[in-house]
Design a protein around this ligand. Structure first.
Ligand SMILES: [Zn+2]
Ligand SMILES: [Zn+2]
Length: 749
């Protein structure tokens, strides 16, 4: 290390660069120029929890690298987000601290913004918003009224998933596979209460059929869509009871229809009640609907099954018992299905439990399973090709106070009356202090008591609020609208056409449900007119899902004491090190098992590069221009140039494909080659001539430039040290400025 080499002090370098960026407003979304490529990079919307966790750092490091890369290539970039600020977690935190949730959310948001800025994420911070802002949830209410008018929102006294711990209804995608709550992981049960639903069924098929067109979606994100949609291909046919009542049944086993032994009807099937003739069966069904069915019992061996005592005539003659079970919903949605225990394991489990089915499991070895599907069976007439989708409408209302008020009024005379659009927003009392019990909104006369907008009589406001999942339906939209225009033109501003669909969503792999619903609403607003310019009805033309960050092979949790705190890491190593480590440690499709090894590796790399580059800058002045020596090492410089060209090609491709772990690996490899180049020159001549040293600095400048998206502070500071002007720091190079024999040095661009 030369005496003149400044030591690598991450904190100081990072503070300097961040001050320059803020001063210049580098990350404000520009108005795209005519013909300029544009990219709206949409990161996940954080809950206002008060702390960034390593999953956020992963998400934003990938998104930021991509946003900076696109800017460096000359594209117009919008990199923005809003906080998902309503919802139970904020409400519970406020209850615990005995402060209004609004206050808690503001505090959390501020802290998280500070963390993001410290990490150097290049968001357009002027566009940040909170879903709990009045100007924001006014549009949630507008969306509610619009979808209500379109027939996509309805109220039904229905069976809903209910979490006793969280005291709230849950959307089906908030119920984990084992029948537990997404939030507290306690068991969920079904209850019946009046609930608002979003009808998604009208767009499920289009959402399914569009998947092959989504070329810039990674496999992980497509897989979550396929799973949520849950398409089953098969046939349907009409069966009749001896008294003439009919039912249409589905089966994925088209070649085994004649072997059906029973019919299984969903408790949510619109005609299920017509198969309930005995009062005891009616009571059983009511019990199933109102909580008797624990979601954890989704397994066919323990899921409740009700025998209605009714029968229909089977496709091959014979009588089939009609059974009711939510097992159908979990497989094919709220439909009716043929039970064919010979070929279907779940059906076999049901058949074994209901004596009236009279089915005996076949002897060992050739037992049930799909294999038996190929056994010859009589043809069944009247079977029609069809599909079923598991995806179903979901509840959007919650009996909670920290959420968007639902803009309807209940009037004794008029029934449900939507609040006129001119009267929006229906404001949530800002001083509301929930206690965790009951429904605080219902206890506020200043909120509840209103005049009916239709007849003027005394009426009551709806006291359920919208699930924050509903606000999230359009949480990707506001960033594309200048903040000052949002009050008037949230869905009609001309800039929406410039930025939408978003070029890339970068989100955790648990975002599939949000994305599915956002795709649904985009199609609805396309058909309603606002989003007519998005013909495919797709909000994201590209999508990258990444896996989570864990530690010691386990999910991070306070309880296990294995939570990695990004602040501590930044404090100790600097933001660039943390970002580089998170990107380097695993590809997006892999779970990142955090280890200090990655952070030590990244820190060592940056430190070595910093010292190495500054040492070479210092050495340049002492070198001499010697034509003969230069000719003698020409071929080594040529080799370096090829290494650089090759490296830049790979790093460009990796970054464009958001495979940041590969890009970082190729950056470290390029640094090794630059060092190798020097060793080769030294071996041949004992020292670097001026041409050799210049070539090396050109290679180092190239390296610093491609490092910028990943470790922006040190990357830019190195470029400054290498003599680049402030205006030249954000540019993606095409080649290194290394002279080739007979040519003047190519300029980087
Ligand atoms: Zn819960
Ligand atoms: Zn009325």
């Amino acid at each position: 290390m030369s005496e003149r080499t400044p030591s690598y002090e991450a904190a100081g370098i990072e503070a300097d660069r961040q001050a320059v960026w803020a001063e210049r407003g580098d990350f404000e979304a520009p108005r795209p120029a005519e013909g300029q490529e544009r990219a709206y990079v949409k990161p996940s919307s954080p809950f206002t929890s008060g702390n960034l966790h390593m999953g956020h750092v992963r998400d934003y490091s990938i998104g930021d690298a991509y946003a900076r890369f696109r800017r460096a290539r000359g594209d117009a970039v919008l990199f923005g987000f809003g906080f998902d600020a309503f919802g139970l977690p904020a409400e519970l935190a406020a209850i615990e601290r005995q402060i209004p949730p609004a206050e808690w959310v503001a505090r959390c948001g501020e802290r998280m913004l500070g963390q993001m800025k410290r990490l150097g994420f290049s968001f357009d911070y002027d566009r940040v918003f909170y879903s709990s802002d009045e100007g924001q949830y006014r549009w949630s209410q507008w969306l509610f009224l619009t979808l209500y008018e379109m027939g996509m929102i309805y109220r039904d006294d229905a069976t809903v998933d209910w979490c006793d711990t969280c005291e709230t209804t849950l959307a089906s995608i908030q119920v984990e596979e084992g029948g537990t709550c997404w939030r507290c992981h306690d068991e969920v049960r079904l209850i019946r209460r009046p609930t608002w639903f979003l009808k998604i069924t009208g767009y499920v098929e289009e959402n399914d059929e569009n998947l092959p067109k989504l070329a810039d979606w990674d496999e992980l994100s497509l897989a979550t869509q396929r799973y949520i949609i849950g398409r089953s291909e098969g046939v349907e046919l009409d069966l009749r009871a001896p008294d003439g009542r009919g039912i249409t049944v589905f089966s994925p086993h088209r070649r085994a229809l004649a072997r059906a032994r029973f019919v299984l009807v969903s408790p949510r099937h619109p005609e299920v009640d017509s198969w309930v003739t005995e009062s005891s069966v009616g009571e059983e069904l009511e019990g199933m609907r109102s909580g008797g069915w624990e979601r954890s019992a989704r397994d066919a061996r323990s899921v409740p099954v009700i025998d209605t005592g009714e029968t229909v005539l089977g496709p091959a003659g014979g009588e089939l018992p009609v059974l009711v079970s939510p097992l159908v919903d979990a497989r094919f949605g709220p439909t009716a299905a043929l039970g064919i225990p010979d070929v279907d394991e779940a059906d076999a489990d049901v058949a074994a439990r209901i004596e009236r089915v009279g089915w005996e499991p076949p002897a060992e070895a050739d037992g049930g399973g799909e294999g038996a599907d190929s056994a010859p069976t009589p043809e069944v007439e009247g079977a029609r090709e069809t599909k079923r989708y598991r995806a179903n409408d979901f509840s959007i209302s919650r009996q909670r106070s920290w959420g968007t008020p639902i803009p309807v009024v209940h009037c004794d005379a008029c029934g449900v009356v939507p609040v006129p659009e001119a009267d929006l927003p229906v404001a949530l009392p800002r001083d509301l202090k929930p206690t965790g019990e009951g429904n605080p909104l219902a206890e506020r006369p200043d909120f509840v008591d209103v005049e009916c907008p239709r007849c003027g009589a005394a009426a009551k406001r709806e006291t359920d609020t919208l699930d924050c999942h509903f606000d999230a339906l359009f949480l990707w939209v506001p960033s594309a609208v200048p903040p000052e225009a949002r009050a008037e033109q949230m869905f009609t501003h001309p800039e929406l056409r410039e930025w939408l669909p978003a070029e890339r969503l970068v989100a955790g792999n648990d975002s599939g449900g949000f994305v599915f619903d956002q795709r649904t609403v985009t199609k609805a607003l396309r058909d309603h007119g606002e989003f007519a310019f998005m013909a495919e009805g797709e909000p994201f033309s590209g999508c990258l899902f990444h896996e989570m960050v864990i530690a010691d092979g386990r999910k991070m949790s306070k309880h296990l004491g294995n939570v990695v705190d990004p602040d501590e890491l930044v404090e100790r190593y600097g933001a660039d090190t943390v970002r580089l480590a998170v990107l380097y440690a695993a590809g997006p499709a892999k779970t990142l098992n955090w280890s200090d090894g990655a952070v030590r590796f990244a820190n060592r790399f940056l430190r070595n590069l910093w010292i190495y580059a500054h040492d070479r800058i210092a050495v340049l002045e002492g070198t001499v221009d010697d034509e003969e020596a230069a000719a003698d090492t020409e071929h080594i410089r040529d080799r370096l140039r090829k290494w650089c060209d090759n490296g830049i090609e790979r790093i460009t491709a990796d970054t464009a494909a958001l495979q940041m772990h590969k890009a970082v690996r190729n950056i470290t490899r390029l640094f090794e080659r630059i060092q190798d180049y020097e060793k080769r020159v030294l071996k041949r001549r004992g020292q670097l001539g001026r041409a050799d040293a210049e070539a090396q600095l050109a290679a180092l400048a190239l390296l610093a430039q491609v490092l910028v998206p990943f470790a922006p502070h040190i990357g830019e500071q190195l470029l400054v040290s290498l003599g680049r002007g402030e205006g030249e720091l954000c540019a993606w190079p095409e080649s290194a400025a290394i002279a080739v024999a007979g040519e003047s040095p190519a300029t980087t661009s």
